[in-house]
Design a protein around this ligand. Structure first.
Ligand code: XMP
Length: 333
């Protein structure tokens, strides 16, 4: 039997009862597979790796070693929230690695989007591998692979070309070959969310919008600088706060800020004030292959514009991206 193929008979997990049954079955399977050995997991804080972490903590407790790599391209407070939820809330065995300087030094002056993606992807594996080598007695690697990832690899194996090199944790180096634990590999995203809630993860975390592996790196356009990255992070936090306040966060599939490497002239405190524009992108989609634009009410746009231009150093204009996919991809890089 091909264990990477979802059987036609597999019922879609849509209810709490079905999720509980899936969890009970997976806990048994994981315990049988792993025994008393240790399992390593790269915990980004995204939905998939978080649900895998919660499931493994339930099955094997502290035999799971989570490594959270902060590549310096996370959204505001994101790493802090991962630590709060998993270390403080679920008593996870969690190693936090602040690799901000490693990533930002490598990315300095690199403006080509694909090169940026490749640097971030490769460095991520290096940092994670460095941590893995420091640990003793690890036998397994857990991954938040879900069924669309499997379908995507099948497509790529058939020679279909991707538009961008999406990065999720790729292969580890030769000296670090572990057996894989991939308990979600036959699930679709909506099922992963139902399972996550059944495991007790907060609704806001389980239903959070997607966030790309290269993080804010693909939204701080061109060569990343620390000051522009900081401005982007602050502007993005304001957008998210205002979307939460007005209920759009529950409705819109993905929304974020992009900051390009151009400056325009403005005025602040009656003086010339050069700054970058913050570009708002808010889209809806079902599968991320095509996307439409959310029509954000003007009064909300005015409020966000006012806050970003007054509260964020370095930003003097706010623009709105009205481009559906195609022609624009969802991320700008
Ligand atoms: P694009 O920009 O290709 O994005 O239209 C489609 C969806 O994928 C997300 N995205 C990524 N997700 N690793 C990920 O896990 C990546 O490298 C990556 N790049 C883009 C993007 O945010 C959108 O939801």
């Amino acid at each position: 039997m091909d264990t990477n193929r979802r059987p036609d008979s597999m019922e879609r997990i849509t209810t709490r009862a079905l999720a509980d049954a899936f969890i009970a079955e997976q806990v048994k399977e994981i315990q049988a597979q792993v025994g008393d050995k240790k399992v390593l997991l790269a915990l980004s804080g995204g939905v998939d790796s978080s649900v895998v972490a919660a499931l493994l903590i339930k099955a094997i407790g502290k035999q799971l070693v989570c490594v959270h790599v902060n590549h310096g391209l996370m959204r505001k407070n994101e790493s802090e929230n991962v630590i709060k939820l998993f270390q403080d809330g679920l008593d996870a065995n969690l190693i936090y690695v602040d690799a901000t300087d490693r990533f930002l030094n490598l990315l300095e002056k690199v403006s080509d989007p694909e090169q940026k993606r490749k640097i971030i992807g490769k460095e991520f594996i290096k940092v994670f591998a460095d941590e893995a080598r420091k640990l003793e007695g690890i036998s397994y690697l857990a991954q938040g692979t879900i069924y669309p990832d499997i379908l995507e690899s099948i497509k790529q194996a058939e020679g279909k070309k991707a538009v961008k090199s999406h990065h999720n944790v790729g292969g580890l180096p030769e000296d670090l070959q572990f057996e894989l634990v991939e308990p979600l590999k036959l699930l679709f995203k909506d099922e992963v969310r139902v399972v996550g809630e059944a495991l007790g993860l907060p609704h806001t975390m389980v239903y959070r919008q997607p966030f790309p592996g290269p993080g804010l790196g693909v939204r701080c356009l061109g060569a990343i600088t620390r000051d522009r990255l900081h401005a982007l992070r602050e502007a993005d936090a304001i957008l998210r706060e205002e979307f939460d306040n007005c209920g759009l966060a529950e409705k819109v599939w993905q929304y974020f800020v992009v900051v390009p490497d151009i400056k325009s002239v403005g005025v602040r405190d009656e003086s010339r004030y050069e700054g970058w524009p913050a570009i708002i992108r808010a889209i809806n989609t079902t599968d991320a292959m095509s996307a439409t634009i959310e029509e954000i009410p003007y009064e909300i746009l005015h409020k966000i514009t006012n806050r970003i231009t007054h509260e964020v150093d370095g930003i003097n204009r706010v623009l709105l991206d009205l481009t559906p996919k195609p022609v624009g991809t969802i991320e700008w890089e």
